[in-house]
Design a binder for this molecule. Structure first.
Ligand code: PXP
Length: 242
């Protein structure tokens, strides 16, 4: 069991996906944002994608204006989105890879290939007072190319852990890869976060990392909210991670 408090970031992109399906303002992203923080979300996470398939520019403005908790903006290495982030100033940014064809963020950032661009983005964001995180696959090699001067930490991609959760040996193999990244992140002075595919069934076994500071969870919480409401769905998740 993790003895450190872990912040719960709730990703509300899917509220916007549902709203956009009918082109009106129902469900209201803002109303659900308040329900999430009422339920105990300590971070509101949103991904402004290049194709604006869910969250849109005006949502980001409204969320930043009204949120009672810090807002974490996920963004790709895109100069327009970088300008947008610098102007709108979320609490933190998590840089993610983005492919238009993907259903959701499918893999981590290639820190080796995009090292210069990542450093350039991280430097200006940091200078603007925005904390910077990188979404990476659980591969130790990636961490060695991160500059702790500009980057505050990493969010490790837990999709593979989630996909292999039900086969014990495979789950343990995934946890071991993540453990190596967790340990190295501490040696490098990088904060350790996690996200993707985490749900009510697999979260507890994930809490073995003593320095885990934040988890970002979207799909499972929003799905559960259809049955019990978002406030209760967030509360249930909070009870599991405390
Ligand atoms: N973290 C990052 C960087 C993501 O891109 C996503 C998906 O938008 C999440 C966390 C949340 O993943 P899920 O919706 O599977 O909980």
């Amino acid at each position: 069991m993790n003895k450190n408090p872990i912040r719960l970031g709730v990703n509300i992109d899917h509220v916007a996906t549902l709203r956009n399906a009918r082109g009106q303002n129902d469900p209201s992203v803002l109303r659900l944002m308040f329900e999430a923080s009422d339920g105990g979300a300590q971070i509101i996470t949103i991904h402004l994608r290049e194709d604006r398939r869910h969250i849109r520019d005006e949502d980001v403005h409204e969320i930043l204006r009204h949120s009672l908790v810090p807002v974490n903006l996920e963004m790709a290495l895109n100069d327009h989105i970088l300008d947008f982030a610098l102007k709108s100033r979320p609490y933190s940014v998590c840089i993610v890879p983005e492919r238009r064809e993907e259903v959701t963020t499918e893999g981590g950032l290639d820190v080796i290939k995009y090292k210069d661009k990542i450093n350039q983005y991280a430097k200006v964001l940091k200078e603007a007072g925005i904390s910077v995180y990188l979404f990476i696959d659980p591969e130790k090699e990636m961490l060695r190319h991160i500059s702790p001067d500009y980057v505050d930490g990493i969010e490790v991609h837990t999709g593979s852990y989630a996909n292999h959760f039900h086969i014990l040996r495979e789950r343990e193999r995934e946890l071991e890869k993540i453990r190596m990244v967790h340990d190295l992140s501490q040696d490098l002075g990088l904060e350790f976060h996690a996200g993707h595919g985490l749900n009510y069934h697999n979260i507890r076994e994930f809490l073995v990392f003593p320095q885990l500071k934040e988890v970002n969870i979207g799909h499972s919480i929003i799905s559960r909210a259809l049955s019990i409401g978002l406030k209760n769905a967030v509360r249930e998740m909070k009870e599991l991670i405390i």
